[in-house]
Design a protein around this ligand. Structure first.
Ligand SMILES: Nc1ncnc2c1ncn2[C@@H]1O[C@H](COP(=O)(O)OP(=O)(O)OP(=O)(O)O)[C@@H](O)[C@H]1O
Ligand SMILES: [Mg+2]
Length: 272
């Protein structure tokens, strides 16, 4: 296991120029609620190198979705800074694609039209995006379902449409908030393999939020563990398992050692 931070280069070898780096420095956020202030994040700092897959793992309520909203520019921090490829994030950015926990597809639109929603909202080039959407749907094996409506799709298929929708405008950074949390265990494992394939094919940088230690170890180059609220970085672990990873990788001693070390961090967190 490689030591804490600084193990990954700022740009992964082979990362395409389109991939972005994300730098989070000294982030602090307190919500003003009717029951008083809620300190969600405290002096949070970490990096997503260009082309890297970084997971943020933490207990419920520690501020993970808050972090994603800050990274996407939907929320402004009380203190600290977020930079996308060196430029400060001050609002929503075209270079970012977001995958939410629920696929949130519009039931009255077919799959292809759902995928095109962000392109239309950004007044993008719809004919070009339609070509790209069909290509991406082919990549996630849903090209035969382009004219189907969401209710005709399984949960895993809908989640894949959500991923395609986030990729259709060719973002440099993909932000994913527990995208597989609502799926059954088997679909979830297949989706992990699928996401690894999408990531290696498209070369995006990914910031992936999860509750699941195996999911984080399987997918990531780096795992950042947050403390209970207010979320602070407790541990950063570089995952040096060779790629491409397969479901057999999850049975390897190395995988068990990495997952075990993260489980230890969680156990100590609960004792504290
Ligand atoms: N709009 C808001 N106003 C007030 N408090 C909020 C708001 N949004 C979130 N919080 C609080 O901030 C804390 C962090 O919330 P957040 O949704 O970021 O947690 P999370 O780590 O994503 O949790 P989960 O794993 O359950 O999704 C929680 O205590 C939550 O109650
Ligand atoms: Mg959340």
């Amino acid at each position: 296991m490689r030591a804490a931070s600084g193990g990954l280069p700022a740009t992964l070898p082979g990362a395409p120029p389109r991939a972005a780096s994300l730098s989070v420095r000294g982030l602090d956020l307190t919500y003003a609620s009717s029951r008083g202030p809620v300190h969600a994040l405290q002096r949070l700092s970490f990096e997503v190198p260009r082309g890297a897959f970084v997971s943020v793992l933490g207990p419920s309520g520690c501020g993970k979705s808050t972090l994603l909203k800050l990274a996407s520019g939907l929320l402004r921090p009380g203190a600290g800074q977020i930079e996308l490829s060196g430029s400060p994030v001050t609002g929503p950015r075209r270079e970012v694609g977001i995958v939410f926990q629920q696929p949130t597809l519009l039931p009255w639109k077919n799959v292809l039209e759902n995928v095109l929603v962000p392109v239309r909202a950004m007044r993008g080039d719809v004919p070009a995006a339609r070509e790209r959407a069909l290509e991406l749907l082919r990549m996630v094996k849903l090209d035969a379902f382009a004219r189907h409506h969401p209710h005709e799709l399984s949960g895993g298929m809908q989640q894949r449409v959500g991923i395609v929708r986030a990729l259709v405008h060719d973002p440099a950074l993909l932000l994913m908030d527990e995208p597989f949390a609502a799926l059954d265990a088997m679909t979830r494992e297949n989706m992990m393999v699928e996401l690894q394939r999408i990531w290696s094919t498209t070369g995006k940088s990914v910031l992936f939020i999860t509750h699941s230690i195996p999911e984080a170890v399987f997918l990531s180059d780096r795992v950042v563990v947050l403390s209970p609220r207010p979320g602070r970085v407790l541990q950063t672990m570089e995952i040096d398992l060779p790629r491409p990873r397969t479901l057999e990788t999850m049975g390897s001693p190395r995988f068990a050692a990495l997952a075990g070390a993260l489980r230890g961090t969680f156990a100590r967190m609960e004792e504290a």
